[in-house]
Ligand binder design. Structure first.
Ligand code: NCD
Length: 309
């Protein structure tokens, strides 16, 4: 049976491993259908409630989900810090979910533990969306990244995509490379040897995608179509000295972008710290703030499909 809206109704959205090419293409198409609804508003999810449970800092992901729900006529409850929920009194994640599922139609969770969204989905009667699970995965970011790439080039197949920075701890690149195994792309992984992509993710993708691992960004820039830059994930380093050593390892500046193809696009899940110079912001190659908009379209699509309206 082919993919349809029914395939998503009542389901969780936890890992990019769960989605094949047909499913991703369907989600990207549904995201396109949301563009006029994002601009004009819609009542599709009127009467529905989304709970956003953010146990880790967030600007974009939380507000993007909340805005997406509201643009579809739904409403939002939740918290933006673990310290204000009963977790601070010692309540388990599972008990928190068993409670919150009574208040809402869908749960969006960001949590420092890698298994958090899986655990939540095992006890929840409403769909659970992983909005960032430790250093493991951040699948809705990957979906919006794919949507953005598709809009920039018209296609995803045939591109050479470089993922650069903290590939060890960066959950967005983990989900993105898994998603890219469904497309005919070449991937260049650019990182210091100590921050190469972690072994479990490498094993998941190595037979399914062409990739090389390199350290020097300048050397690869002339050959790539997409430069996906990531922040060195300060909060995941146990030793601040080690973080300081890698903090400024890459700088994407105007000179670097000028050495690339004319149509090169520079992406970043944000927040950026020092890795992209502000001089790049005004170039037509800078796509990182446009990416944010694609988050609204893709999350509107996901919320409506999983809630089933
Ligand atoms: C990312 C995250 O939280 O993993 N941010 C985001 O969701 N857009 C990337 C990061 O924090 O570096």
């Amino acid at each position: 049976m082919g993919i349809s809206s029914e395939s998503f109704k009542g389901q969780n959205f936890i890992s990019m491993k769960d989605y094949n090419r047909d499913a991703l293409d369907f989600l990207l198409e549904k995201s396109d259908e949301m563009i006029p609804k994002a601009e004009g508003g819609s009542n599709m999810l009127s009467g529905k409630i989304m709970a956003s449970l953010f146990f880790e800092p967030s600007t974009r992901t939380r507000l993007s989900f909340e805005s997406s729900m509201q643009r579809l006529g739904g409403s939002v409850t939740g918290f933006a810090q673990a310290g204000v929920s009963s977790v601070a009194k010692g309540e388990s994640l599972e008990d928190t979910i068993r409670t919150i599922e009574n208040y809402c139609d869908i749960i969006v969770i960001r949590h420092p533990e890698e298994t958090s969204s899986i655990k939540a989905s095992q006890v929840s009667r409403v769909p659970v969306i992983n909005a960032g699970a430790g250093s493991w995965e951040h699948p809705t970011q990957a979906l919006l990244d794919l949507h953005c790439i598709k809009h920039a080039f018209g296609v995803i197949d045939g591109l050479n995509i470089a993922l650069c920075g903290d590939l060890l701890y960066g959950r967005t690149v983990h989900s993105l490379i898994i998603a890219l195994t469904n497309y005919d792309v070449d991937v260049t992984l650019v990182s210091p040897p100590q921050l190469r992509i972690r072994d479990d993710i490498k094993r998941d993708v190595e037979d399914k995608i062409n990739f090389i691992e390199v350290e020097d960004l300048k050397e690869v820039v002339p050959n790539i179509d997409v430069l996906y830059v990531t922040r060195i994930q300060k909060e995941r380093f146990s030793d601040p000295e080690v973080y300081n050593r890698f903090r400024d390892v890459y700088l994407v500046d105007k000179e670097l972008v000028d050495a690339g193809k004319e149509n090169l696009i520079v992406m970043h899940p944000l927040p950026r710290v020092t890795e992209i110079d502000e001089d790049v912001d005004g170039l037509p190659n800078a796509w990182y703030f446009k990416q944010v908009r694609h988050g609204v379209y893709t999350r509107m699509a996901l919320l409506s499909l999983l809630i089933g309206c």
